[in-house]
Ligand binder design. Structure first.
Ligand code: SF4
Ligand code: SF4
Length: 161
């Protein structure tokens, strides 16, 4: 058996099929809608542009596969700066920022990370938040449109319509 097959088998044996429902319940939504894996979220994400490994589509996929341990122990869940850019382009209306915020709370309460980790993360977070803000201002100025409407886009649409 190839290494890749062994790894997949091990991961599927450990899979927690209720993981995505658990997250949905914590967020207060009925379900995390099926992801089309279209990649629009990843394409628009400003964090992805500076941290190549950060990929919201992949994290959603891991959640759907029930990879609870892998997701909650991953540093990557801490890099979402909650800017909501991906929500506005997702055809399924998946609000990744809410999922990420919940994953962070779970990782903290289940001791996957500690206070020292959060302290070390502070400068990275403040850099990522500035970057996200700047990117979104730029996109709005360029007339960027998504499947959902941000308040600033709506004003612009009314002005142009
Ligand atoms: S934009 Fe939505 S549907 Fe497309 S990959 Fe991202 S989460 Fe899935
Ligand atoms: S909320 Fe912003 S930073 Fe987080 S995954 Fe979506 S686009 Fe990226």
């Amino acid at each position: 058996m190839r290494n890749h097959d062994i790894m997949e088998k091990v991961l599927l044996q450990k899979a927690d099929s209720k993981f995505k429902d658990e997250i949905a319940q914590k967020i207060g939504i009925e379900e995390i809608k099926p992801c089309y894996t279209c990649g629009s979220c990843t394409g628009v994400c400003p964090v992805r542009k500076v941290i190549e490994d950060f990929d919201p589509r992949r994290i959603i996929h891991m959640i759907v596969l029930g990879m609870r341990d892998e997701v909650l122990s991953s540093d990557l869940i801490w890099f979402c700066c909650l800017c909501n850019s991906c929500y506005f382009v997702c055809p399924q209306g998946i609000r990744f920022s809410r999922i990420a915020a919940e994953l962070q709370k779970m990782a903290l309460s289940e001791k996957y990370v500690d206070e020292n980790f959060l302290k070390r993360l502070e400068p990275v977070n403040s850099y990522l938040q500035d970057l996200c803000r700047l990117t979104m201002f730029k996109k709005v100025n360029e007339g960027f449109r998504g499947t959902h409407t941000m308040p600033c886009w709506r004003k612009d649409t009314v002005k142009n319509g």
